[in-house]
Structures are given as structure tokens and as C-alpha cells.
Design a binder for this molecule. Sequence first.
Ligand code: GDP
Ligand code: IMO
Ligand code: MG
Length: 433
Amino acid sequence: MPLDIIVGAQWGDEGKGRITDLLSAEADMVARYSGGDNAGHTVTVDDQLFKLHLIPSGILHPHTTCHLGAGMVVNPARLLEEIDQLDSLGVDVSPTRLKISSAAHIITPAHIALDGARESQRSGDMLGTTRRGIGPAYSDKAARSGLRAGAMRQPEEFASQVQKHMQAAGEVLEKIYSLEPPDPADTASAYCEYAKRLRPYITDVGNLLAQALEEDKVVLAEGAQGTLLDLDHGTYPYVTSSHPTTPGALLGLGVGPKHLRRIIGVTKAFQTRVGSGPFPTEIFDETADRLRGTGENPWDEYGTTTGRPRRVGWLDGVLLRYAVRVNSFTELALTKLDILSGLDPLRLCVAYRHDDDLLSDLPDSPADLSPFTPEYEEHTGWQIDLSQAHYWGDLPPEAQDYVHRVEALTDLKVRLISIGPEREQVIRWDRDL
Ligand code: GDP
Ligand code: IMO
Ligand code: MG
């Protein structure tokens, strides 16, 4: 009966893929519930690096089946590339293991062109999207004019839907944005071929998951993006166009809440953001350079999808408490604690100052954070490398204090502490919830 949900607690890139890979060892099914190939989940297995954008990170455990839920938007060209790439690395991505919801929506070259055009039109006030066509594909879905994966079961009819969509979007690109639109007929014939290849993967994912839950199988839901990028509950308009939160997981998979067991909020031990928008604890000094890294290590803070350097700062306890509230987390997974080694003192934002008031919770949605100044607590740092730690007791007292403080701020237990990207670089701090 158990459904476990993994949710990003910040602005994405918290290490959700790495935690999903870890917990997939004990899951039967792994399912992505929102977003598309704007996500970039890097998973390290025995020195091999996998960069996943659409396929759930659970695919790297041979016993799982993996699912792309109804809440996703799927670029079929990118999905086929990812399937081929994994296949060439010896990962089984056949239709017996990988399933696409018939209700997921399809991204086209017109969506990608529109994403870029809308960004360029915002000139000084860009959202900093990944330009993968995510917003325009979800706009079509909300306008009830989207293309759904189920239509790929009839490739020829699907191709004619694609052609009509490309013609309509082409007019917008030409007349409103003065851009040369992609050719509708060429796109339609490419999409007909994609449909022929993807047809065997398409199924009723909601039903499969519901049946599995009734049979007591373990279903793990893998989040993409993060709470503060949620369309309704994030830092609007600097958000994505989906719902990367607990309610979005249920909606995006098509299952109700009765099977819920664990809701795991994944947070870094510091804060990052890629793209525009408010970031109260952002820093720009040499500590920022230390947190970001030079790009030499695969885990350094440069976007997996776009390669952009990520903005960095101190952990924001106010926003983390907000994420706990929005998602009903049952526990936290704290990642990248190893990166804080050698920084002294550490700072942790425990409240926001607003005029003479000190607020430990946000008074309103996080859309406008400009009135607030972070109130920091300083913590003594530690010098030793954490990457070889196995047990809670291996952590220096200063690191233990830091983790305890995160627990006190959120009123939750940190049950997983990640101290490196490899599978075994984790401290499982199993305690009763
Ligand atoms: P996601 O989008 O939430 O899955 O996160 P990303 O994969 O975009 O970014 C996380 C990066 O940090 C990846 O390169 C991971 O391999 C790496 N990573 C995850 N956890 C840890 C950790 O505890 N320590 C270090 N050093 N790297 C980590
Ligand atoms: P993972 O799953 C970090 C950000 C973009 C931009 C905003 C809107 O790897 O954590 P979009 O292309 O979605 O319309 O862009 O959302 N964004 C992410 N930032 N990690 C992600 O995914 C992201 N997916 C989207 O940078 O600010
Ligand atoms: Mg990422």
C-alpha cells in the first residue's frame, strides 16, 4: 500500500535524483509526476554519471518499472534520445520497464520557439526558463488545446494533429514575434516516426500505480524542480508551469492520498537557484565561489540542463518551514553537507526581519520577498572531510549541531544525510518519525 513521495524543498537541484536512486533499491515502481526535460537529475553509480531529464532515476535499479505520469510534459525527441543513450549503456529501457501516461502532454518545436520568444520579449525581466517549451506546453494543456501522449497510439492521426498545432502556433510566431516558424509538415512527419517508436510505451499509468498500491507494492514518486518553483505556491512569476509539490504528485500520478506513507523533503545544506527571481540569502563573496565550485567536480553548482552557474547562498530556514507546510513533509533528506566542510563560521537564516518585526514564518505567499532581510544565526564550522562518514557518530559535533538546528527549525527529523554523490555516501539516520 505505501506511496512515498520525494519533493524538492527549495528551487530545484536539491539532489532529488540521487535520493530517488537510493530509495529505489526498496521500491517496485518509480514515477515522475511533474515537469519535463527542464529537469536534470544527475545520479552517480560506481563512478558512472547518468544525467536524466525525463526518465525516472529509478531506472538504474534493474528490478523497478518506471513511469512518466500524467502531470508531465514530454518532448518525444528528447525522450527517445534518453532511451537510446541508456540503452547504449546497457540499461533496460524496453516498454516492459518504462511506461508513459496516455494523459501526459507532448512538447513540440513550436512550444520551444514560443518559450524563447516570450523570454526575449520580457527583455530586462526574463524568467530565465530552460527554454525547453515547458510553459507553452502547459499553457496549451490549460487552454484544452494540447497534444496528449495517448494520441500517439494512432501515429497518422497524431501527425495531422501536430501539423494543425504547428500551423496555428506558426502564425503566432510569425505575426506576433516576427520569427520564422518551424515547418509544420516536416515536424508532423518527424512526430509520426516518434509516435511509431513510443506507441508501445503508452498506457494508463494511474491505473497501473493504483493496482500496484492495492497489491502492497512500494511506489516511489520522484519530484522534479522544487517547492519554490510551484506555479501556485512558489515565487511567482519566477516559477515553472507545473506543481512540483505533494499535491502535484497525487494529481500528476492520478492516485489519491490514502496510500501515502513518507513524504520526503529534499533540501541542500545551503541554498541555490538557477534562473531569475528573489533569493533573500543569496551571497556573492568568496564563500559563494566555494559553495558553487569551479565546475571541475560533477556536483559543482552548474545547471545539469543548461550549464548555467547556479546562484548560491545560505540555507533559508524561513522558506524551508514554508516548504514543510505546503508539502506536509514527514521527514527531510539533507544533501551536500560535505560541501560545508572548511567554511567557518556557517550562517543559517532562522527568521526574516521586517521593520521591527522578526518573523519565523512568511506572512504571505513567497512571491514578494523584497521587504525581508534574513536574520542569521552563526554556527561553528568543521574542517574535516565528511565524504567517508557512514554513521551519525562519524560526523563532527559541529556538523551534528548544524543538522539538529535544521531539525529544530522544521520540527522534522532528518533521516538521510548525503555526504557525497555516490550511492554509499549517505548516513541513514533511522529513527522513529
Ligand atoms: P536534482 O535535480 O534535485 O536531482 O539535483 P541535481 O542532480 O541537478 O544536482 C545535484 C548534484 O549534486 C548532482 O551532481 C549530484 O550527483 C550531486 N550530489 C547529490 N548529493 C550530493 C552530496 O551529498 N554531496 C555532493 N558533493 N554531491 C551531491
Ligand atoms: P530539477 O528537477 C532548477 C527553473 C528555471 C527557471 C524556472 C522556469 O533538476 O531540480 P521552465 O523551463 O521550467 O519554464 O523554467 O524554473 N527550473 C529549474 N531550476 N532545477 C530544475 O529542475 C528546474 N526546472 C526548471 O531555471 O528559473
Ligand atoms: Mg537538477
